[in-house]
Design a protein around this ligand. Sequence first.
Ligand code: XIL
Length: 341
Amino acid sequence: DRPLFELAQSRGFTFGCAVTAQLLADEPQFAGLVAQEAGLLVPEYEAKFATLQPEEGRFDFEPLDALLRWAQHFRKPVRGHALIWHNALPDWVPPALAEGRSRAQRVMETHFDRVLAHTRARIRDWDVVNEPIANPPGSDVPEPAGNTGDLRDTPWLRAFGPDYIPMAFRAARQRDPTLRLTLNDYGVEADSPPAEEKRRRLLRLLRSLRAQNVPLDAVGIQGHLQMREAFSPAIFTTFVREIRALGLQVLITELDVREVKPPVGDFVARDSAVAQRVHAFASAAFEGGARTLLTWGISDRWSWLHREATVALDPGDVHRGLPYDWELNRKQMWRALARAF
Ligand code: XIL
């Protein structure tokens, strides 16, 4: 079989996955799989705020540089993730942002200055704002009571109001006019009332950004799927088309699948259900015009899903939501992706 990135490429698509510098260094099997399968990488932690600027004015580029060196050696492009997010903020940032608008503006500008200058030659595509949309009622992780707007209540929103989003995109474009600037979010994939409302909120935001001429090139749809949610290919394709109709590209940035508790059936049955869902999802995204798909990791063995408590499986069991299993065997999900491209 040809590797996924090659299959994807031969049909005009890009396939890649999230990696960590640590795993690339310590786990030769992980690194081998990534080298073989991925045509594009994204750092799982290394380009987040807390890693890059743990203390104010002290930048630590070493973890990201290690990843970039590996990527360069294997000639794999890297996307940046993420400049502005409410998570992975170092302790000093929220209080600094709360000190007032001009101070907050310096925090944003200094971070963009240093990070974009440092990565200029190696990263051509950034998630500028990650997860800005508030979770509607009925979501797994509800928005704190009191926030009724479309936007998530974050230290950035509190510092600048909704303007933090246009500011961030303008700041990025100004520092490097040739970067592809992406807004990334999740919870918009399923056929459910909260997902439907989140799609409406995201589209409202995108239309308003377009109306204000904000320099935005693409939308990343994370694609953290859950087997217990319903999925409608037609609804999702329409959503991707609606984004594309605004003149924006669409990328699937973090695909993986959480199973339900308790898991039903043996591995074969579970893997086939996951594969079917992935095939339906990826095909619907491509039908809508998405041309890039990344998975969040490559093997179940190192998936963030085990570290996440939202849907726990039985002790000793693991989620099987990535193309390779714990023993690094290819699963049906690999095949589902190969067929979807
Ligand atoms: C996750 C990492 O995978 C975890 O290891 C970390 O503990 C938390 O962040 N959406 C995103 C990613 O945009 O940055 C998140 O990554 C997963 C959800």
